[in-house]
Structure formats: structure tokens, C-alpha cells
Design a protein around this ligand. Structure first.
Ligand SMILES: Cc1cc2nc3c(=O)[nH]c(=O)nc-3n(C[C@H](O)[C@H](O)[C@H](O)COP(=O)(O)OP(=O)(O)OC[C@H]3O[C@@H](n4cnc5c(N)ncnc54)[C@H](O)[C@@H]3O)c2cc1C
Length: 399
């Protein structure tokens, strides 16, 4: 897709030029990877006046950023530092929606973890108490309150946990919105420009190599999610991000059916879903029981499997037993990057202090992206990051 260069207004024509500029010989900062993370980082750097070049191997958002569920959903262990990271990121979306010129279909109607099974009540209650203890905005809903959120929930609904500051958006538009805003602040954005390696002068990192030639720079930001490990390994830097597949589908447009985006868990399987502005239900999940491996890294997309499709449909019928016959328009898969401890890898590396990583976002990189952009821009411009990112150092794995 391209929202650029359509001549609709002069500002956008300038932006279009930034998307078709020749590859420069140098830039202050090169950001590698044009997903939500890389585009948000580029946007924040450009806003601060940094001469920044974003290089994407294919189309912007061709990776998980263009394939995800679109949920802004602050789900995590309340004891984890990520709980604060996710809440702060969620709170950036309303201003972002006002700031960015592209409407990315943001809706802050909250996120409901719906309860249908007695066995899930206690674990959810503990999670709820944990969130309350850290002052997190969360509500416990009675059965009646949860039932009021969708005409499709079954009578046996027991209630749920509701996070009113969460929401959802169109992830492809969000990624393009960041990129267009970055370009409007002077960033150069190059698609179809694969970065083939790091450029070293002795032990110093001095730029990157691309299929179209070298680019010299002072700092490099790696925002290539599951491809970060194979990209950096030949240079002796081990970044433990492994690929995992997510599968998801969208239905034909339906009348309004949901008052919030939702999650339903049962044992080790779960689904998450939302209703898009156009009415389609987007429903994905069951990743932990999916099979995966490095073969996923052959391309930005991933196939779907009948086994997981059946499981997602079965869970959908449990939460929406009266949904009836609905056409599925499309199933697709995408590749996420997982770290051993479920936390991202953010910040400078000890190996090359001018090499910065922003990867390993596991299930919530789109949600995190507004804050990722700000904290990585803080790191690049040598300001104190607005949240403590010491938990996310690459070197924690060596420790
Ligand atoms: C099915 C599914 C559902 C999901 N649901 C949600 C959700 O509801 N909410 C949420 O927050 N997150 C969700 N996620 C996770 C989320 O999509 C990711 O965490 C997020 O998109 C990661 O963004 P990113 O920019 O870091 O990486 P990516 O989007 O993977 O982008 C990395 C980019 O780097 C490029 N690249 C790789 N190597 C090179 C190179 N050598 N040179 C140049 N470019 C390169 C790739 O082409 C790619 O475009 C989901 C993911 C999937 C697959």
C-alpha cells in the first residue's frame, strides 16, 4: 500500500519526496527495519532534529507490524517492569492519534479479559489484585457488566477484568502514520533496501552495507525483530530473539457487536479479538501451542495451519455461541520475536556502544511502539530515558 505521493496536499507531496530520495552516502543515525518499532523510533528522532535514515528490506509493515491483532492490551505479570512500560505506552496513544496526520483507526474502548470458566476465576482475580496493588487502572466486572459488552457472550459468562485505558487500532496504518510523520520532520525513508551487514573500520562500527551501496553513520538502531539474531550473529553478537508464529483471521463486516477488544483464556490456549472500524472481527491466538522454528525467517509472512485454525474457531464459538454463519475473509500468519525472559532488548550494546537494539517485543510490539520510539530516541540523543530501561539490556543474558 502507499498513502504517499498522491498530490492531495503539498505537505504530503514533500513527504513523498522523502520516500523516493536516492540512498544517501551518510546519515547521523541509520534505523534498520520498517515495522512499528523502527518507524516510531525514526519519527521520534526526526522530531528531535536528528538526520535519520530508515532502511526497510521490503514494504513498511511487511513483518508482524502489518499482520497483528491491533490490540493495545496491557496484559502482563503485574510484578514485571513491563507492566509499567505497557501502561505508559497505552497512555501515549490518545495524543498520538491527535498528532499523526494518518488516521490509524485508534479506539480507546478498553480491553476485557472475559471469564467463562470457573477454573480461570482465581488466577484472574490474583492478576487483578496484583494490578490494583501497583495502582494500575483495572476494574472487576460482574457477569451482568461483562454481558453488557457484547450481545454475543454466552449466558454462562462469569464476569471479567476490564482495563479501560487500553484499546485497539489498525496496525498497518499506525506504521505508515509514524513513517509519514517521520518524513514530514525530515527523515529519509527507504523501502526495498535490505541492510546486508554492518560496516566496521577495525573494531569501530562506522555504518551499514546495503544492496544498493554503503551508508556511513554515527549510530545504528537495529529494529529487525526476529531477524535481529541472524543479522547480528555473523558479527559475533548474539541477540537471543527467536521467531514464533501467530495466526489470525478477519471476518466479513458485521454490525457493531463488541464494546471493547477482548481476550479469553482457557488453560494454555487463548484468543484475542476486536471489531475493526469497518466491522470485521479480527480473531487470533493459540500461539503457545503452535509449532515454529527458524524456517519462519525465510520471509516476513508465515503460513497458517489447520490445527490452529480449528482451535481458534472452537474458542470463538465458546465465547460467541450465537454468532451463526459468518464468512471469514482471510487467514494469515506473522512472525514475532521472542526472548527467553519475555522482555524486549532495548538500548546500547557493550560490544559497540553506537549499536542500539530495539527488538524482542514478543506479543506486544505494536502496543509498545510509541514508548519504544521515545526511549530509543532518548538513548540515541543521550538523554535519560523516561522509563528505566536497565531491565532490558542485552547483556542481562550474558549475566
Ligand atoms: C498474528 C499476530 C498478532 C499480534 N497481535 C498483536 C497485538 O494485538 N498487539 C500488539 O501490540 N502486538 C501484536 N503482535 C506482535 C507485534 O506485531 C510485534 O511485536 C510488532 O509488530 C513488532 O514490530 P517491529 O517493528 O519490532 O518488528 P517487525 O514488524 O517484524 O518489523 C521488522 C522489519 O525489519 C525488516 N528487516 C528485517 N531484516 C532487515 C534488513 N536486514 N534490512 C532492512 N530491513 C530488515 C523486516 O522486513 C520488517 O519489516 C502480534 C503479532 C502477530 C504475528
Amino acid at each position: 500500500m502507499s498513502a504517499f505521493g498522491d498530490g492531495r496536499d503539498p505537505g504530503r507531496a514533500e513527504t513523498a519526496a522523502a520516500f523516493h530520495a536516492p540512498l544517501p552516502h551518510s546519515a547521523e543515525v541509520v534505523v534498520v527495519g520498517g515495522g512499528a518499532s523502527g518507524c516510531s523510533i525514526t519519527h521520534q528522532l526526526a522530531k528531535r532534529g536528528v538526520d535519520v535514515l530508515l532502511l526497510e528490506a521490503g514494504d513498511l509493515a511487511q513483518g508482524a507490524s502489518g499482520r497483528n491483532g491491533g490490540l493495545i492490551d496491557s496484559t502482563d505479570d503485574p510484578a514485571s517492569p513491563l507492566a509499567e512500560f505497557y501502561l505508559r505506552a497505552a497512555r501515549l496513544f490518545p495524543d498520538l492519534a491527535r498528532e499523526l496526520a494518518v488516521d490509524f483507526e485508534y479506539s480507546q474502548d478498553g480491553n476485557l479479559c472475559v471469564l467463562l470458566d470457573e477454573a480461570e476465576v482465581e488466577p484472574m482475580r490474583r492478576e487483578y489484585e496484583g494490578f490494583r496493588a501497583i495502582g494500575y487502572p483495572v476494574q472487576w466486572l460482574s457477569a451482568e457488566e461483562a454481558l453488557a459488552m457484547s450481545v454475543l457472550f454466552p449466558e454462562k459468562t462469569l464476569g471479567g477484568m476490564f482495563k479501560p485505558e487500553d484499546g485497539h487500532c489498525n496496525p498497518i496504518l499506525l506504521t505508515y502514520a509514524y513513517a509519514e510523520a517521520a518524513a514530514s520532520h525530515g527523515a529519509k525513508v527507504r523501502q526495498y533496501t535490505e541492510v546486508t551487514g554492518l560496516r566496521l573500520a577495525g573494531d569501530k562500527l562506522v555504518g551499514v552495507d546495503t544492496a544498493d551501496g554503503p551508508v556511513g553513520c554515527e549510530q545504528v538502531v537495529i529494529a529487525t525483530e526476529p531477524w535481529s539474531r541472524p543479522f547480528l550473529e555473523p558479527f559475533g553478537l548474539h541477540v537471543p530473539v527467536t521467531p514464533q508464529r501467530g495466526q489470525i483471521f478477519v471476518t466479513e463486516p458485521l454490525p457493531p457487536l463488541l464494546g471493547a477488544s477482548c481476550i479469553y483464556s482457557s488453560g494454555d490456549v487463548y484468543i484475542y479479538w476486536r471489531q475493526t472500524r469497518h466491522g470485521g472481527l479480527t480473531i487470533g491466538g493459540c500461539r503457545p501451542v503452535d509449532t515454529h522454528g527458524d524456517w519462519l525467517l525465510g520471509g516476513p509472512s508465515a503460513s497458517t495451519s489447520l490445527e490452529i485454525q480449528k482451535l481458534i474457531v472452537e474458542l470463538t464459538e465458546r465465547v460467541h455461541p450465537t454468532i451463526g454463519e459468518v464468512n471469514v475473509i482471510r487467514w494469515w500468519g506473522g512472525v514475532m520475536g521472542f526472548t527467553p525472559d519475555g522482555m524486549p532488548i532495548l538500548g546500547r550494546t557493550e560490544r559497540w556502544p553506537n549499536l542500539i537494539t530495539a527488538c524482542g517485543f514478543c506479543t506486544l510490539g505494536m502496543h509498545s511502539s510509541p514508548l519504544t520510539g521515545r526511549v530509543i530516541a532518548d538513548v540515541v540523543t543521550e538523554r535519560e530515558p523516561e522509563v528505566d530501561i536497565s531491565h532490558y539490556r542485552l547483556e542481562r543474558f550474558a549475566d
